[in-house]
Design a binder for this molecule. Structure first.
Ligand SMILES: [Zn+2]
Length: 342
């Protein structure tokens, strides 16, 4: 049913996916649309109650214009509705969403400031809408249909450019009193450490993210070019062109220094997870995002560091660290499911 590995459609076209066969006489599936608004691309899909995307579409995000982003969401919804009977819309957005799930308070990479997104989209489409933080939506998808479907308490960590997080506690998405909880990437990991985009210093995101991996890999290649020959070859000889996927590729091919770079990142990840476990005691931590493509090259060091750092280790049950299952589609699937449960 799940299509996590399937490529999405190219920009501006929607694609009908193979429908699940339904015994005759069964009621028609309850469908909602999930929209994932990212800094560069907006992706949307019609999703059934089992979390399967049955039709999807995407386009560029006109990130600098609030009204154009809303118009683009409206276009995607119209394109996807087609012959489907859609009940509601869920929008996942990379930003701070208020507790009523209607207003985007602030989105660092989009032009939204106090944007009444729910009202705008309901006016445009006539469909009941909920707005959710994108990492929360992805966490909900992994909890309902993905890597943490078998537990009640889980945390999703999205290791991409930054470090995002979503919490499901006692079977409910945890948003906090004001709707803006779960920003685990901004826990302080290092007093007076690297400056973070949020204005503070030493945030966990500065050590456990794709950006941190790239920063460390470039520094290493500049200071030790002979040892970094494998990485430099992938980057055309230029340290400043090294990107995260190059490190993952070189590590998978057996390059020792690249494996060490991923181990360092994994260690930061595992130690932070031990901190989260001390406070929240989840059964599972799911690791997603682009860097999680490295699989056990990242997760095994994370598991080791976690086990070393966990408080009361040896005298308590221990959570599992698992890789995410739904890939880039988690945001769409989660937003759509939250819309169904509004
Ligand atoms: Zn920060």
């Amino acid at each position: 049913m799940r299509r996590a590995a399937q490529e999405g459609s190219p920009a501006g076209t929607s694609v009908e996916r193979e429908a699940a066969t339904r015994p005759p006489g069964d009621p028609p599936p309850r469908l909602t649309i999930g929209v994932d608004v990212g800094g560069t691309k907006t992706a949307a899909g019609v999703v059934d109650e089992h979390g399967a995307i049955i039709r999807d579409a995407r386009r560029e995000t006109p990130a600098t214009s609030p009204s154009e982003i809303i118009a683009a969401i409206g276009d995607l919804v119209e394109e996807l509705r087609g012959d489907h009977e859609v009940e509601a819309i869920g929008v996942g957005a990379a930003g701070f969403v208020d507790a009523k799930r209607s207003t985007v308070l602030f989105a660092p990479n989009l032009a939204w400031r106090e944007e009444p997104l729910r009202a705008e989209i309901e006016k445009l489409t006539g469909l009941s809408t909920v707005v959710e933080n994108d990492a929360n939506a992805a966490a909900w998808a992994e909890f309902q249909f993905g890597a943490a479907h078998d537990v009640d308490d889980m945390i999703l960590l999205t290791v991409g450019t930054g470090l995002g997080g979503g919490l499901v506690l006692a079977g409910e998405l945890y948003r906090g009193a004001f709707g803006v909880g779960g920003e685990v990437g901004h826990l302080r990991a290092v007093p007076n450490g690297h400056l973070c985009g949020c204005g503070n210093k030493g945030c966990w995101e500065q050590y456990a993210s794709g950006s941190a991996l790239v920063r460390e890999a470039r520094e290493f290649a500049r200071s030790s070019p002979p040892q970094a020959s494998c990485l430099l070859e992938l980057a055309g000889g230029r340290a400043d062109r090294i990107e995260g996927p190059m490190v993952t590729k070189a590590a998978a091919d057996g390059d020792g220094p690249s494996r060490e770079l991923l181990e360092d990142l994994g260690r930061w990840l595992g130690e932070g997870i031990a901190t989260l476990a001390a406070v929240l005691d989840p059964a599972v931590v799911v690791v997603g995002g682009g860097v999680s493509e490295a699989g056990d090259l990242l997760l095994d060091p994370a598991r080791k560091a976690f086990a070393r750092q966990l408080t009361a280790r040896g005298h308590r049950p221990v959570l599992e660290i698992r890789r995410a299952m739904l890939g880039n589609e988690a945001g769409i699937i989660g937003a759509a499911d939250l819309a169904r449960r509004r």
